[in-house]
Design a protein around this ligand. Structure first.
Ligand code: AMP
Ligand code: ZN
Length: 470
C-alpha cells in the first residue's frame, strides 16, 4: 500500500496516451507490473540489460516511496519466430548447438539470472516460462474463439481477428487500414487467414516435432504474443498497472497483446505502457554482423565492475537512445570506485545535518519520480560529493540512503574482503584450474556459479582475482 507518510507520485511516459501519466495501483494495495523477459536462445546483450534495468529502477523507486509490488517477467522459451518467420528461435539455436531446445533454454535462462545479479537487478516475483503455461494459453485462446475474436483457419492454426478489436493501433499508431499486406512485421506469414493483419495464436505443428503440444485444435505450439497476455492476466489477476518492454516491442508484440487481453476481459487490461529506448554500442546498432554485440561477461573479461554498466545506464534517461562505449564504461568504473573509497572515509564523521540530508534526498527522489530523470539525480549526487559546504557525515548519510535506489552497492568497500566460505574457495580454485587448462566452457560455468553466490571473478595479468558483488 502507498505509505501515508509519502506524498510522492511517480509519473511515467505512457506510449499509448503519449503523455506523462501517474503510476497508481488500481486496487489500492499492490502495484501490478509486467515486463517482457528474454527469449532464452542466446545470452542477453547489454541492450537487453538496459531494458531489464528499467523495471528495476521503477520498482526500487516505487518501493522506496511506500508501494507494495508484484512483478512478473516471462521467459520466452517457445514461439518467438525469427525475423523471416521461418523458424522458432529456440529450435534454430538448438540445431546450431546440437542440443535439446529445453537444454538451450535452461542454459540461457541461468545466464540471464546471473547477469541480472551482476547488475544488481532485483529478481521478479515470478518468472513463468512459456512452455509451462500452455494450458493458460489454451484457455485464453478458447475464450477468444467463443467471444468471436479468434477463429480456426483451414490450416488448423488459430488466428486472432484483428478487425474484431476496434482499438487496434492505439499503442503504435499502426491502424489496420494502413497496414498493407506483406508489411514487414509478421504479416508475411502464409496461412489461411481471413485478413492479412490477423496473427496466429496457435500454430499447427505440421512437420515440427519438438516443442509441440496437444490442443483442442490439434498438435502445435503457441504464438509469441499470446504468451504475454496469458501470463500477465493470470499472474496479475486480470489487470496490469504498468507494462514494460523495449521500444521494438511496441509493434506488433504489444499492440497484439493489448488486443488479445482487452478482448478477453472486455476492458482495458493495462494502465500504462512504458518503453525503454534502444542502446547502441560505439555509435552502431548492436548486431552479430557488425561484431559489436556486448555481453555482461565482456565487462568482467576487461576487469570492469559490472555495476559500471548500471551507472552508464543511469546517466542516460530511459527514453532517449543511448550510445555506450568502452570509454564510458571505464569512466563509470572509476566513479564507482571513487565513491566507494570516499564513502569509507565519510562514514567515520559524526557531523550530520539531518534536515540537509532529508532535503537532498527529497530533491533526488523528486527527480526520479519525474519520469525517471536519473541523469539529473546523478548530477545532484556529484554536486553533493564535491560540495565544500556539506560535512562528510551529511554526505555519507545521503549516499547511504540513496544507495538502495541507485543499486550501485556504494557501501561496499572496494578493498575490504570478508572471509570467503570454504565451498566457494573450492569453486574459485576449480575455476582457476579450468581456465589455466583452457577449458573455457567450464571456467565460464564456474564464474556464473560464483556470481550466483555474490562473487565477482576477474581475470588479469596476474591470474584470477575476486571481489564480493554486493
Ligand atoms: P529479446 O530477448 O530479444 O526478446 O529481448 C528482450 C528485451 O530486450 C525486449 O524488451 C527488447 O525490447 C529489449 N531489447 C532488445 N534489443 C535492445 C537494445 N539494443 N537496447 C535496449 N533494449 C533492447
Ligand atoms: Zn511480451
Amino acid at each position: 500500500m502507498k505509505s501515508s507518510t509519502t506524498n510522492y507520485e511517480i509519473r511515467l511516459f505512457d506510449t499509448k496516451s503519449r503523455q506523462l501519466m501517474p503510476l497508481t495501483s488500481s486496487d489500492g494495495e499492490i502495484l501490478r507490473i509486467y515486463g517482457c523477459g528474454p527469449t532464452v536462445y542466446r545470452d542477453a546483450h547489454v541492450g537487453n540489460m538496459r531494458t531489464f534495468l528499467l523495471s528495476d529502477i521503477v520498482i526500487r523507486l516505487a518501493k522506496f516511496i511506500g508501494y507494495k509490488i508484484k512483478f512478473i517477467q516471462n521467459i520466452t522459451d517457445v514461439g518467438h519466430m525469427s525475423e523471416d518467420f521461418i523458424e522458432d528461435k529456440m529450435l534454430a539455436q538448438a540445431k546450431k548447438e546440437s542440443k535439446d531446445p529445453y537444454e538451450i533454454a535452461k542454459i540461457y535462462e541461468a545466464r540471464f539470472h546471473s547477469d541480472l545479479k551482476l547488475l544488481n537487478i532485483n529478481p521478479a516475483d515470478n518468472y513463468p516460462k512459456a512452455s509451462e503455461c500452455i494450458d493458460l494459453m489454451h484457455d485464453l485462446i478458447s475464450k477468444l474463439i467463443t467471444k468471436g475474436h479468434a477463429y480456426v483457419g483451414s490450416d488448423n492454426c488459430v488466428y486472432f481477428s484483428a478487425q474484431s478489436f476496434a482499438g487496434y493501433g492505439a499503442i503504435s499508431g499502426n491502424r489496420l487500414d494502413s497496414l498493407k499486406p506483406g508489411h514487414r512485421f509478421e504479416y508475411t506469414e502464409d496461412g489461411a487467414k481471413r485478413f492479412h493483419a490477423d496473427w496466429a495464436l496457435w500454430k499447427a505443428a505440421e512437420n515440427r516435432t519438438e516443442m509441440i503440444w496437444n490442443s483442442p485444435w490439434g498438435k502445435g505450439f503457441p504464438g509469441w504474443h499470446i504468451e504475454c497476455s496469458a501470463m500477465s492476466l493470470h499472474y496479475l489477476n486480470n489487470f496490469v498497472d504498468l507494462h514494460l518492454g523495449g521500444i521494438d516491442l511496441r509493434f506488433p508484440h504489444h499492440e497484439n497483446e493489448r488486443a488479445q487481453s482487452n478482448c478477453a476481459i472486455d476492458k482495458e487490461a493495462v494502465s500504462l505502457w512504458v518503453h525503454g529506448e534502444h542502446l547502441l554500442f560505439e555509435g552502431r546498432k548492436m548486431a552479430k554482423s557488425a561484431g559489436n554485440v556486448i555481453l555482461v561477461s565482456d565487462l568482467l573479461d576487461r576487469n570492469l565492475d559490472p555495476l559500471s554498466l548500471r551507472l552508464c545506464f543511469l546517466e542516460n534517461r530511459y527514453r532517449s537512445q543511448m550510445d555506450l562505449s568502452w570509454d564510458s564504461l571505464k569512466a563509470a568504473h572509476q566513479t564507482i570506485k571513487r565513491w566507494r573509497d570516499k564513502i569509507q572515509v565519510w562514514q567515520s564523521s559524526k557531523e550530520i545535518n539531518l534536515p540537509e540530508v532529508k532535503q537532498m534526498v527529497h530533491e533526488i527522489i523528486t527527480d526520479l519520480t519525474d519520469d525517471l530523470d536519473t541523469p539529473r539525480a546523478l548530477q545532484k549526487l556529484r554536486k553533493i560529493e564535491k560540495s565544500q559546504d556539506l560535512s562528510d557525515g551529511t554526505k555519507f548519510e545521503v549516499f547511504k540512503e540513496l544507495d538502495v535506489l541507485f543499486g550501485l552497492a556504494l557501501l561496499n568497500s572496494s578493498s575490504s574482503k570478508a572471509e570467503i566460505p570454504s565451498h566457494l574457495n573450492e569453486l574459485l580454485s576449480r575455476r582457476a584450474k579450468a581456465r589455466s587448462m583452457g577449458d573455457f566452457a567450464e571456467s565460464d560455468r564456474l564464474r556464473d556459479l560464483l556470481a550466483e553466490n555474490d562473487i565477482l571473478v576477474k581475470d588479469g595479468k596476474d591470474g584470477q582475482s575476486w571481489d564480493w558483488l554486493i
